[in-house]
Design a protein around this ligand. Structure first.
Ligand SMILES: Cc1cc2nc3c(=O)[nH]c(=O)nc-3n(C[C@H](O)[C@H](O)[C@H](O)COP(=O)(O)O)c2cc1C
Length: 324
């Protein structure tokens, strides 16, 4: 039987939460999240994650896995209590590296595997076998139902306003709709930018906040300096949603599109979905020059270390505690 029991997931989640300073996953981001960001996030007390496709060629992925495991082990040996780390697998059929990435992920056994852009069905049993959890990234209630039926332990609900591939649904509608049929962990993403937003996610019925954009502007992220500065300079008015680049609606920074010589007013609708993130592919090139960000970007006023950012989030989260 591939699915974990509700009790088993609950007790696993309680153990994970006890290791966090606040219930946050630093969300996986293409060309942005690498081992430095993952290690810094886990040491600071939030779940760190990265898309396996960021490590190219495949040999680099093994090196990244080894670094993450080694650094967190050293931290533990020195008395630290790192948060879990998660590997993000793009399970869409156009990802030519999917099988290789799954095989290596199973070798290094991250506590959490986050699947995106397809069904988690192909990895659930194997991740459960080594004691890991599978969270499935979904952007509709229908996909949430499918992922739950496929045995996902947790559902990452990507609501509207998210950086990169965004969902169409407002968080206020999305979370309660999924809570009607799903008792497991819900991770809410989309425009969450501060500790108060993490509280709000919990008030809606989510267990964790999934924060991407805010972590791009950290010292440890792999984003170029100009991208980090653009986040500091931009507000929600600079965010544009388009399916032009990948065939799926995604939020981008308008100034980066203009800088790439493209008129944002002329963006078309692309029908074909393609997630071939090889270094030389058109998709990878688009993500390199066209920078994604969510609607919460206004709150980014400086580039911080991940540790300082997590401190700030934790202080804000504590200050936003509901009255008892
Ligand atoms: C630059 C960028 C790249 C992203 N790449 C991925 C990815 O490779 N895999 C994935 O599952 N989600 C990806 N996402 C989505 C994030 O994991 C997350 O859903 C989103 O950032 C949450 O919304 P926020 O940016 O408003 O916090 C990306 C987001 C951004 C901003």
């Amino acid at each position: 039987m591939a699915a974990n029991s509700t009790d088993k997931i609950e007790s696993h989640m309680a153990r994970i939460k006890a290791r966090l300073v606040l219930p946050v996953i630093a969300a996986p981001m293409f060309l942005v999240s690498g081992p430095e960001l993952v290690i810094a996030a886990c040491k600071a007390g939030v779940i760190g994650s990265f898309p396996t496709l960021n490590a190219r060629p495949i040999e680099v992925l093994e090196d990244w896995f080894q670094r993450i495991v080694r650094e967190l082990e050293l931290f533990r040996a020195a008395g630290g209590n790192p948060a879990p780390w998660a590997a993000n697998l793009i399970v869409h059929r156009s990802n030519a590296r999917a099988d290789q990435d799954v095989a290596l992920t199973l070798k290094y056994r991250p506590e959490i595997v986050i699947t995106a852009l397809g069904t988690p069905a192909g990895v659930v049993a194997a991740v459960h076998d080594y004691g890991g959890l599978v969270f499935a990234d979904v952007n509709s209630v229908a996909y949430a139902r499918k992922a739950a039926a496929a045995g996902a332990d947790g559902l990452v609900l990507v609501a509207s306003g998210a950086g990169g591939h965004t969902g169409p649904l407002n968080a206020f509608s999305f979370v309660p709709a999924v809570r009607e049929f799903f008792d497991g962990p819900i991770i809410l993403g989309g425009g969450i930018i501060n500790g108060r937003g993490v509280r709000a996610a919990q008030m809606l019925g989510a267990d964790f906040a999934y924060i991407g954009t805010r972590f791009i502007a950290t010292i440890e992220s792999m984003a170029p300096q100009a991208y980090k500065q653009m986040l500091v300079d931009c507000t929600e008015e600079d965010i544009i949603c388009s399916s032009h680049f990948t065939g799926v609606a995604a939020n981008y920074l308008k100034p980066s599109i203009i800088k790439a010589g493209i008129d944002p007013a002329q963006l078309g609708v692309r029908k074909e979905m393609k997630f071939d993130h090889r270094g030389d592919s058109a998709e990878a090139k688009a993500w390199k020059d066209i920078w994604a960000a969510g609607q919460g970007v206004r709150a980014i006023t400086s580039v911080l270390s991940t540790a300082d950012l997590v401190d700030e989030l934790a202080r804000d989260y504590a200050a936003a505690a509901p009255p008892v």
